[in-house]
Write a protein that binds this ligand. Structure first.
Ligand SMILES: Cc1cc2nc3c(=O)[nH]c(=O)nc-3n(C[C@H](O)[C@H](O)[C@H](O)COP(=O)(O)OP(=O)(O)OC[C@H]3O[C@@H](n4cnc5c(N)ncnc54)[C@H](O)[C@@H]3O)c2cc1C
Length: 442
C-alpha cells in the first residue's frame, strides 16, 4: 500500500474516495470532447473538501500519486493548470484498445534480429489477420509510427446498439468526418483496414514534401557551383539511405500527432475497428466478424494502388509510390512509368537529386485532368528543362534484367509512336494514377 506524499491516507483509499465524490462530465476543450472527465483543479478541491488532504499542497501530492499509480490519466496537453483535464482509467469506455502495451513494433524488429524487411509470418499472426496492411518496413522511425497508427495487436470494441454514423476509411477524409461527427454528438464508428492517416500521412503530401525539401537543398548546392562552389563529379555522393531516413523520421514525428489510434479512441471517443469493412445488408456492415448497424454510413475509402500488367514487370524488383520511402541505395538512373501529377512530381524530385530520370507515359498528355493544353505543355517543358527525359504515348513491350551493362540493371523495351527503343536503368518506379474504387463485395 502506498501512502500519499502529503498525508496518512493511502493512495488506494484516496482513489476510492475521490472516485465516489468527484463530479464527472463531458468537457469540451479546443474543439475536442472528453467524456466522463473532470478538471485537475476540481480534483484538488474535492480531495480537500472530503478531507483526504489537509490543504491544496497535499491535495496536489495526492493527485500526482493517483496519476503515477495509473488511477487517473491526463487527457490534454497544457501548461495552464486550470485547464488540465483528467479521467479515471476505470471510466474509460472501451472504444477499441491495445491489449498489451509492451508488444511494440520495436520488439517485433528485435525478434527479427534488426532486419527491417521482416517477414511477419511466424513472428505474429499480424499478416494473416491484416492482409490489407502492405509494405511494412521496420526501422526505429517506422516502429514509432506503426505503434501509433497500426499497433501490433488491437482489440476492436464490442458494438452496442446502432451507430449514428459509420465511416469506412481513416484517411484524411474519414478522419475529418469522424471528428466532425463526434463534435455533433453522434455515436461514431471508424473502420480502417490498413494504416490510420491513409495516403496523406503515410505516402502523400507529408512524405513528399520532406523529399522535395531534400531535393531543393541538393539543387541549391548544384546551383551554387555558378558562384564558385566546387563539387567534383567524381566525389559527388548522396546517401539515399539518409534521405529516406529523414523522410521516415519526419513522418514518425508528424503522423502520430494527428492520426494515432489512441487519439481517436481516448480523445474523441470514436469506436475504432481495424479491419476490412463490407456491407452485408441494409444499414449493416461487417468488420472482423463483428456486425455493425448504422443510421448513416460515409464511404471514405480513397483510391487504390493498382499495378499495371506489363510484360516482365513481375520478374524484376520495382518501387511503387507506397514503397519508395524504403529505398536504401541511390540509383544512377530511374525509369518512372506513370502519368498524372504524382508521376511528374516524383520525376522532378529525383532528377533534382541528380538521378537520371526517364518518364514513360502511356497517355499522350501528362496531365489528363489539366483544364488547358498550356498546362500540359508547361509541365512537360519544365520537366525537360530539369533534365528529365519525357516520352508520352508509350507502349511497354517488355522489361528484362539487363545482363550486359556494367551499371545497368534493367532494360525496358518501348514503342513510342511506332519507334522502338530500349531504355536502361538501375531502378523502376511505378507511379500510374491510383484508381478510384470502392472495393466492396456487395
Ligand atoms: C505524393 C503525393 C502528394 C500529394 N500531395 C497533395 C497535396 O499537396 N494536396 C492535396 O490536396 N492532395 C495531395 N495528394 C492527394 C491526397 O493525399 C489524397 O487526395 C488524400 O489523402 C485522399 O484522402 P482520402 O481520405 O480520400 O483517401 P485515403 O487517404 O486513400 O484513405 C482511404 C482509407 O480507406 C481505407 N479503406 C479502403 N477500403 C476500405 C475498407 N473496405 N474497409 C476499411 N478501410 C478501407 C484505406 O486503407 C485508406 O486508409 C497527394 C498524393 C500523393 C501520392
Amino acid at each position: 500500500m502506498e501512502e500519499g506524499k502529503g498525508g496518512c491516507i493511502t493512495i488506494e483509499d484516496a482513489y476510492d474516495m475521490l472516485y465516489m465524490h468527484i463530479h464527472r462530465e463531458d468537457i469540451t476543450y479546443k474543439g475536442k470532447k472528453y467524456k466522463k472527465s473532470f478538471y485537475f483543479k476540481d480534483g484538488l478541491k474535492c480531495l480537500t473538501k472530503i478531507k483526504v488532504a489537509q490543504n491544496e499542497e497535499s491535495a496536489k501530492d495526492y493527485m500526482e500519486g493517483l496519476i503515477e499509480s495509473n488511477y487517473i490519466y491526463l487527457l490534454n496537453n497544457t501548461q495552464n493548470t486550470n485547464e488540465i483535464i483528467c479521467r479515471f482509467h476505470k471510466d474509460s469506455p472501451d472504444h477499441g484498445h491495445q491489449p498489451d502495451k509492451s508488444k511494440t513494433w520495436s520488439l517485433v524488429l528485435k525478434q527479427a534480429k534488426g532486419n527491417p524487411f521482416i517477414s511477419l509470418k511466424g513472428i505474429t499472426d499480424f499478416k494473416e489477420k491484416c492482409p490489407f496492411v502492405t509494405s511494412m518496413y521496420l526501422d526505429q522511425y517506422n516502429c514509432k509510427l506503426y505503434d501509433a497508427i497500426r499497433p501490433v495487436e488491437w482489440v476492436d470494441p464490442i458494438p452496442e446498439g446502432p451507430y449514428d454514423v459509420i465511416i469506412i476509411g481513416a484517411g484524411m477524409g474519414g478522419m475529418t468526418a469522424a471528428i466532425k461527427a463526434v463534435q455533433h454528438n453522434f455515436k461514431v464508428a471508424l473502420i480502417e483496414r490498413s494504416y490510420m492517416g491513409g495516403e496523406h500521412y503515410n505516402t502523400g503530401m507529408i512524405t513528399f514534401n520532406v523529399l522535395e525539401h531534400c531535393a531543393e537543398i541538393i539543387q541549391k548546392l548544384n546551383e551554387a557551383q555558378t558562384l564558385g562552389l566546387e563539387i567534383s563529379k567524381d566525389t559527388w555522393k548522396l546517401s539515399m539511405k539518409k534521405v529516406m531516413e529523414q523522410v521516415r523520421q519526419k513522418r514518425a514525428h508528424i503522423a502520430p500527432e494527428f492520426c494515432s489510434v489512441f487519439s481517436f479512441t481516448d480523445t474523441y471517443g470514436v469506436d475504432l475497428y481495424l479491419g476490412n469493412a463490407k456491407f452485408i445488408g441494409p444499414q449493416t456492415i461487417i468488420v472482423n466478424s463483428k456486425i455493425l448497424q448504422y443510421s448513416k454510413a460515409i464511404i471514405a475509402t480513397g483510391s487504390q494502388l493498382t499495378i499495371p500488367k506489363l510484360e516482365g514487370l513481375s520478374d524484376v524488383p520495382y518501387y511503387t509510390i507506397e514503397t519508395i520511402y524504403n529505398m536504401t541505395k541511390r540509383p544512377n538512373s530511374l525509369v518512372i512509368y506513370g502519368w498524372g501529377q504524382v508521376a511528374c512530381a516524383y520525376a522532378q524530385v529525383f532528377q533534382r537529386m541528380r538521378i537520371d530520370v526517364t518518364l514513360l507515359s502511356e497517355e499522350k498528355k501528362l496531365l489528363k485532368c489539366a483544364t488547358s493544353e498550356g498546362i500540359n505543355k508547361y509541365t512537360e517543358h519544365t520537366l525537360k528543362y530539369l533534365g528529365v527525359k519525357v516520352f508520352t504515348g508509350v507502349t511497354i513491350i517488355g522489361i528484362d534484367n539487363n545482363k550486359e551493362g556494367k551499371n545497368v540493371s534493367y532494360a525496358i523495351s518501348v514503342d513510342v509512336k511506332g519507334v522502338k527503343y530500349v531504355i536502361n536503368c538501375q531502378a523502376i518506379l511505378i507511379a500510374t494514377p491510383k484508381t478510384v474504387g470502392v472495393l466492396f463485395d456487395s
